[in-house]
Ligand binder design. Sequence first.
Ligand SMILES: [Zn+2]
Length: 449
Amino acid sequence: MSQNFGSPFNQFPGAPSQQGGGADSRLSPQGPAVQLVNSMIGDAVRASASDIHIEPRKDKMEVRFRIDGVLQTWRDLQKDLQDTIVARIKVMADLDINEKRLPQDGRITVSFPGKSLDMRISSLPVLYGEKVVMRLLDRSMSVRPLEALDFSPHNKAAFDELIHQPLGLLLVTGPTGSGKTTTLYSALNVLRSKTTNIVTCEDPVEYDMEGINQSQVFERIGLTFARQLRAILRQDPDVILVGEIRDAETAEIAFRAAMTGHLVLSTLHSNDAPTSVTRLIDMGVPPFLISSGLIGMVAQRLVRRLCPACRRQGPPTPRQAALLSISTTDPIWHPVGCQKCEGTGYKGRIGVHEVVSVDERFQRLIMDRATGSELRRAAQQTGMVPIREDALMKIRAGLTSAEDVIRQVYIRVDDYDTASPAPGAPAAETTPEALAAGAVPAALPQPQA
Ligand SMILES: [Zn+2]
């Protein structure tokens, strides 16, 4: 679907002036490529897009924006502009404009009054040219208060308790773009004070926060998360935010820091909260470290918020009912589309979560290298409301739709312990056994990368 993002910027403020543009007049500040790239970035910023995709097709170049997690076409451009547009972006990101066979990555920082925009650029040679993705990072975005994170009261209480622990490691898990860092920064916002030393190491720094010390890792010059974290530990920290745990070395330092009197907050790619444990063990982290350092886990996804002006109530489809274990006569809310939401039926996004507080029993299970489903069951018995139930509550409240939840939230039928349903769990119309036996012919949603 095409969207009109308003008139293009003619002069994108702060856009770098011509750097090594060579003799190609199309790369001059007035050239069409420069103008187009400027208006592309300007429109993406105004539309609050998270990414710009520049995609070479057989006979055109398509430019799409990711807005609220979904790609939308901005414009189709003439094929003959492709090379100069890609060259322009490469010049801005200091990439090799002559290298068209290998993937490259770089970054562009533009500042203009009251705003600093950091863009991660990556190029990938595909069949009809080089595809470029620009990830936009607006560091001037204000940190959201904890109350605005859409936690259910049950989850908010559990999360609040976890972030006020004096020491230990708290993990937020989810795929890229699920708002993990936003959640951790809301926690830092609560924790920062004149008497606390908060230090972050990130790649890149995603928010600009007053009163804390934010540092950036730079792997290309050997400044890895692990190295930066060791340096931070010599800085007398109280609270440490590690942008992401990607390797065993970083994980081990983070766990040791958590066991020696620091509160460590970090993120991890895993499908759900309990299985972050198995993910860490697979990474090579010794179970005793996880068991003694880990205090809690939060899994989160962002789903689209239904437009309140046009949403309608109605029964779920049989597939939605089966996947969410609700009755086909149980009314839920659906997207419609109106002028206020530009025909999409949605406006903004909302978080759905599950929160696990690690107790003694859970610690023992970690030491025993329990399976993911054993850990899930234990987490539910200690009060974790599975993310699917949290999402279902929000579907019933008309905040989001079944289709978006099914699209975004990883639902696996064996994730649920039917013997002891979580508090607030609905009566199952379709049991997991029935689902496993083929009650849902359509493919189940797959975990996200
Ligand atoms: Zn609407």
